[in-house]
Design a protein around this ligand. Structure first.
Ligand code: ADP
Ligand code: ZN
Ligand code: ZN
Length: 716
């Protein structure tokens, strides 16, 4: 009997079925492997038959857990073949949680009425957490409120909290599709009807739902979720940063009266187990999750939504390299249900699929409730520079000042963490570099450290130059978000500032607290990295300043322009989402660049068309296909040897081009030497067979490896 194990073997292994045991494809079983017990899944692909029958080991037992359904098994196989990964490595992502769920869990609610007892700050945090979501199981509440179990016990004794013990395998109250939602506008209703029909048709289709930021895309696709619930099937919504999406959960609750099941890497293992079991038993009708939610064992998936489909965060770069947006479409196809891709700035891939007639498109034309799109201005830093050593030009300072004086909120955006991206010795010109990576060390002044953003290497900020020993000669070059915060403190001393970057907002609790503070207007000025671009709705935020609009264009990668337009348009979309008109100011040295002009005139369609044009000629994606081979090795010589061998074995043929080998832009990463080759083929040529025979032709020595990235989006 073939059993697939969650390890990078080439395929399933054969096991003997002991008498009395009846096994079927999808059963989760325990089998011996190298004298250990391992959990695997009975597979339907033929196993390696090289071991004679009498030597086969026997299946030990079947786990009392739902079997892995046909559509998920086909998904694992499909994804393994597409990404050139061993199927077991893909299976591992679907099998992380299989042990039986605990029988009961304890959940907490706030007492009603509330007794008049002393509420200490830790107790207040508990109550606040329950305001955001109620009830919460013990582990979640402890984490959300950052308190000890003793605090909860004390609150129960004081009558502030009610503890209830519930069966662990039915934790999700089904969302109620007829719970009253907002009254949709005519246009929203039309689009919602289109989505509902796709769900009711119960067949595979892909729909691009686009519309400007604030047009109500979320409200509209929640109608598709409602239709899916009415049809008795399960819905999956993928968000790029679900751990930080407290506002989304809140919206869902407003629409359906309950919270959905949530899936991301930040969950406690108990919550994972419970959720996994509930999904497998169809007791979690809606799951909102990060890309890993694609591997949950839905028995009856009726809808997949990918919100912010253009986001690079959907691409997993480690292990099995895949784009969750594309794999969501595959999962929908194998489940016979629609996939809805949602974005105000859809990717060129998706737009090309619409134009080729493969995807349908539904569009919301304007912001909801008459809110207008923000006005965009450019500041040409060539003739209006910031003061020496500063980064905010006068017109931007004035705009923020006026906003603050009106009692509205402003935001400064710079997509760079830390204080300064480069530290330079003024005496000898030495640049502080990471010893393990081709990268500068980034100063993080609040931590008094220089930090590599690629490998995590840190050193204390040295008192003198490590090369020429000059003291006080090390100088920060360029701004990071901490430096902008410092400048803002001098320029806007009275503004209450909040920094939103992954260093300061590191989990669901911190993100929810920050969002809450902004909504409650206890913050005037938000200073953030790309974290602030993601789908937030802040009604009092009316002015957004982009400190360095050119940042993403350096390096000239294939998608640099597209991504910069998407990111800056999303950032700009945070402004003026309610009654008050919004204003966006971009600081740039290249105001005539097509990216700046597209943002200035709000004309993304024209920009995307010219972008498409420029890729069509060279048959770059989406008009051609790419796959990258990344060679990495302990020594530069070994990396060169393997790269050269790959170069010699490079495939040839009509519509097939190989670029490289060349040193990767990150020629050194985490201490490994890297070389790249890029395979570019015509759209009608499949890359996988070419890659397979190419890789088979080259022997990779110990200490070196070749990683495959099909449809790469990063070329570092
Ligand atoms: P998008 O996802 O397109 O950016 P949202 O769905 O976030 O837009 O909608 C923007 C804001 O407008 C949200 O606060 C949302 O609740 C509100 N909104 C959208 N449509 C309606 C409606 N029909 N009635 C009431 N509020 C709405
Ligand atoms: Zn020096
Ligand atoms: Zn490094």
């Amino acid at each position: 009997m073939p059993v697939l194990l969650p390890y990078p073997f080439p395929g399933p292994f054969d096991y003997r079925v002991p008498p009395g045991l009846h096994l079927h494809a999808g059963d989760v079983v325990v089998v011996p492997l190298n004298r250990r017990d391992e959990v695997g899944v009975v597979w339907d692909a033929p196993a390696d038959q090289s071991v004679p029958d009498h030597k086969l080991k026997a299946v030990a037992r079947v786990l009392d857990t739902p079997k892995m359904g046909e559509s998920l098994r086909r998904f694992v196989d499909w994804m393994a073949a597409y990404t050139l990964s061993p199927p077991g490595e893909v299976l591992a992502m679907a099998l992380r949680v299989v042990t039986a769920a605990p029988r009961t869990i304890v959940r907490y609610r706030r007492a009603d009425p509330v007794p008049t007892v002393r509420v200490t700050p830790p107790r207040q945090r508990v109550l606040d957490a329950l305001v955001r979501q109620e009830p919460l199981p013990t582990s979640d509440l402890l984490r959300e409120a950052d308190v000890s179990a003793a605090v909860l016990r004390g609150m129960v004794e004081a009558g502030l909290l009610v503890a209830e013990t519930v069966a662990a395998d039915a934790p999700f109250v089904p969302p109620d599709p007829s719970h009253p939602g907002p009254a949709l506008s005519d246009q929203q209703q039309d689009v919602a009807a289109g989505l509902r029909k796709a769900v009711d048709d119960r067949v595979f289709s892909v729909i691009l739902l686009d519309g400007v930021t604030g047009s109500g895309k979320t409200e509209v696709y929640l109608e598709a979720v409602a239709a899916c619930l009415r049809a008795g099937r399960q819905a999956l919504v993928l968000l790029p940063e679900i751990a930080l999406s407290s506002q989304w959960i809140h919206r869902f609750r407003r629409r359906f009266g309950v919270t959905p099941a949530v899936w991301h890497s930040d969950l406690s293992s108990r919550v994972r187990q419970v959720t996994w079991q509930a999904v497998a038993q169809a007791k979690a009708p809606v799951v909102v999750g990060a890309r890993s939610a694609l591997f949950l064992p839905f028995p009856d998936l009726g809808l997949v939504v990918v919100d912010e489909e253009h986001e690079a965060a959907f691409k997993q770069q480690d292990g099995v390299v895949y784009n969750a947006r594309d794999m969501a479409v595959v999962r929908a196809r194998l489940s016979g249900c629609p996939a809805v891709l949602v974005s105000a700035t859809p990717s060129l891939e998706t737009v090309a699929n619409v134009e080729a007639g493969r995807y349908a498109r539904l569009r919301l034309g304007s912001r909801h409730g008459g809110a207008s799109m923000p006005r965009v201005d450019l500041i040409d830093l060539r003739d209006t520079p910031a003061e020496r050593g500063r980064f905010l030009a006068q017109p931007l300072i004035q705009a923020v000042q006026q906003t603050l004086e009106r009692g509205e909120q402003a935001m400064l955006f710079l997509n760079r963490r830390g204080y300064a991206p480069l530290t330079l010795c003024r005496q000898c010109g030495h640049r502080m570099q990471c010893p393990n990576c081709t990268a500068w060390l980034v100063e993080h002044r609040t931590r008094n450290q220089l930090l590599c953003h690629h490998c995590g290497h840190t050193i204390p900020i040295p008192p003198e130059c490590p090369v020429c020993a000059a003291s006080d000669s090390l100088t920060p070059v360029g701004p990071g978000i901490e430096r902008i915060t410092e400048e803002a403190a001098q320029v806007f001393p009275d503004a209450r500032r909040l920094i939103m970057a992954s260093d300061t907002i590191s989990g669901p609790h911190a993100a929810a607290t920050a969002a809450h503070a902004i909504e409650q207007r206890s913050v005037d000025l938000i200073i953030g990295t790309q974290l602030v671009a993601k789908g937030w709705h802040f009604p009092h935020l009316t002015c957004v300043g982009v400190v360095d609009a050119d940042l993403g264009l350096a390096g000239g990668e294939l998608r640099a322009s597209e991504r910069t337009v998407q990111l800056l348009h999303q950032v700009a979309g945070r402004a003026g989402r309610a009654e008050a008109a919004g204003r966006v100011i971009l600081q740039t040295f290249i105001p005539d660049h097509p990216v700046m002009q597209a943002l200035l005139h709000g004309d993304l369609d024209a920009f995307m068309e010219s972008e498409a044009e420029s890729r069509r000629d060279g048959e770059w994606p989406p008009y051609g296909r790419l796959a990258a081979l990344i060679v990495s090795a302990e020594s530069a010589v070994m990396a060169d040897t393997v790269a050269r061998d790959l170069g010699w074995a490079a495939p040839r043929g009509d519509g097939v081009v190989v670029l490289g080998p060349a040193p990767a832009p990150m020629a050194l990463l985490r201490g490994r030497h890297r070389r790249r080759l890029l395979l570019k083929v015509r759209r009608d040529v499949a890359v996988q067979p070419i890659l397979r025979s190419w890789l088979a032709a080259v022997k990779v020595p110990r200490g070196a490896r070749v990683d495959v990235d099909v449809d790469p989006i990063s070329f570092l």
